[in-house]
Design a protein around this ligand. Structure first.
Ligand code: ZN
Length: 474
């Protein structure tokens, strides 16, 4: 018995040591200057290169390559302007988060602010780790379904360590500022704010323990790119790879990965008005859709707010601002991404923000860049919280005796004050709705199965319009 135990202990130790050994991790980062940016980006993407980030001002792209791929790049005639070889592991700065640290930190905040914050596991990763989210609102134990929801998440991709820090900053800013700063107090009183700072927990564990450049989840040792695995328009426009070894491998089918399902279930349950998914790097704001030439039917709202956010984020050099666009406008096509699914399937206005410049890459010094980055990005998520009070419709569809009608749809048509704008918006639980719209005059039709339509004429200016509708049975 004793022998068995010590053997077990010994093999556990060996495993730990093997897990901590990085001899297999060898990669090089190549910076290429592209004379024909869109065409060459398309080519690199089609060839399954691991595209780390871009510099849209300098027309350069960074690739993570092995020796064979480095040779391929030279053979293809690309202009390599910088080569950074990293033999063995260069772990991220120790101050960045691990799955264990995030769990402890979120639980600490919930304990410290029990009336404002609740932490919960929203599901489990492939390896069985909890994925933690925190809900922030005043009187958090007594949810008010009338409050609009908003959602911020980090780290779909494991190596993008800074993408966890902005959601963390959101949590810290809101909790510490409540009751002291009138704007923050209002945001927390008026809305339900959901933050999920570290989504890809298994991948991040791998980043710390064996492969610092790991991006995907850990399926089968090869991994699936969670952010190409969402089922809306999955694998539809060469925006992901069929190859298991590619960094943007989309998996065997849409929503094949447990992490993807966890995110979908959370978004369907909370039905946020806005969402931001943080990534790194490239200093851009991305909105749907991810396939070339496709724009959202409500792009007047989606794209203008995206551009406004980008204009508020100061770039790392302190001189420029972020840029905004769809993925194919800025980089290359993306299919199976979270924002396309969120927009199409859950009526969210969703954004991806790629933080930091290529000079920082995936592993910026924490001391030099953490505070600076969260300070730079803060105006963007604050803008979305402000927009919840801006040009929009808020209310509830009810029966004559005041019960919410959860099956109702709000149909909007702009009748004057701008280009035609049409939108169908399925209400949330209990019949509540929050719809961000451009200013103008609207014909609003409320409908639900088995009930008579109700029609209103509304004028929407720069502030939120409160309106309710009562539906009679047919
Ligand atoms: Zn990413």
């Amino acid at each position: 018995m004793k022998i068995k135990l010590s053997l077990l202990a010994f093999s556990a130790l060996m495993l730990t040591q093997v897990g901590m050994d990085f001899t297999g991790a060898h990669h090089t980062i190549l910076r290429l200057e592209l004379s024909q940016f869109p065409a060459q980006m398309k080519q690199l993407h089609a060839l399954d290169f691991d595209i780390a980030g871009v510099n849209l001002n300098a027309h350069t792209v960074d690739l993570v390559v092995d020796d064979l791929q480095a040779k391929q790049i030279h053979d293809l005639g690309f202009k390599v302007i910088n080569t950074k070889s990293q033999v063995g592991l260069t772990r991220p700065d120790n101050n960045y988060q691990t799955p264990e640290k995030i769990e402890a930190l979120l639980k600490k905040y919930a304990a410290q602010y029990p009336t404002l914050a609740q932490v919960q596991s929203v599901g489990k990763s492939l390896e069985g780790r909890d994925i933690w989210a925190i809900k922030i609102t005043s009187n958090v134990s007594q949810p008010d379904p009338a409050k609009p929801h908003i959602f911020f998440n980090g780290m779909h991709h494991a190596r993008e360590v800074m993408s966890v820090e902005i959601p963390l900053d959101t949590i810290e800013t809101l909790l510490k500022g409540y009751g002291k700063d009138s704007k923050i107090t209002h945001w927390v009183d008026a809305n339900e704010i959901w933050v999920l700072p570290m989504f890809n927990v298994d991948g991040n564990n791998k980043v710390w323990n064996s492969e610092s450049m790991w991006r995907k989840n850990t399926r089968g040792g090869y991994g699936v790119d969670i952010n190409r695995n969402y089922p809306y328009a999955w694998n539809s426009c060469n925006g992901s790879s069929n190859s298991q070894s590619a960094q943007d491998y989309h998996g065997p089918s849409g929503a094949s990965e447990p992490e993807t399902v966890v995110m979908m279930n959370l978004v369907k349950a909370i039905r946020p008005v806005f969402s931001i998914s943080y990534h790194s790097y490239s200093e851009i704001v991305i909105y749907p859709f991810g396939c070339e030439g496709q724009h959202t039917p409500t792009k007047e709202v989606v794209e203008s707010i995206g551009a406004e956010m980008a204009s508020l984020i100061v770039s790392d050099d302190g001189e420029g601002r972020y840029r905004a666009g769809t993925a194919p406008e800025l980089l290359y096509s993306v299919d199976g991404g979270d924002i396309d699914w969120m927009y199409h399937e859950a009526s969210v206005i969703p954004y991806v923000i790629e933080v930091n410049a290529d000079s920082q890459g995936f592993q910026p010094s924490y001391r030099k860049w953490r505070q600076k980055t969260v300070d730079n990005v803060r105006p963007a998520w604050e803008l979305l919280l402000d927009k919840l009070d801006g040009s929009s419709l808020h209310g509830q569809v009810k029966t004559p005796n005041g019960e919410g009608v959860g099956t109702a749809v709000v149909h909007l048509e702009r009748t004057s004050g701008g280009n035609p704008f049409v939108q169908d918006y399925p209400v949330r639980q209990d019949g509540y709705f929050d719809i961000i719209v451009p200013t103008g005059q609207y014909k609003v039709t409320y409908s639900a199965p088995g009930m008579q339509d109700s029609v209103q004429s509304l004028s929407v200016g720069s502030v939120r319009v409160e309106t309710n509708a009562s539906l009679q049975a047919k």
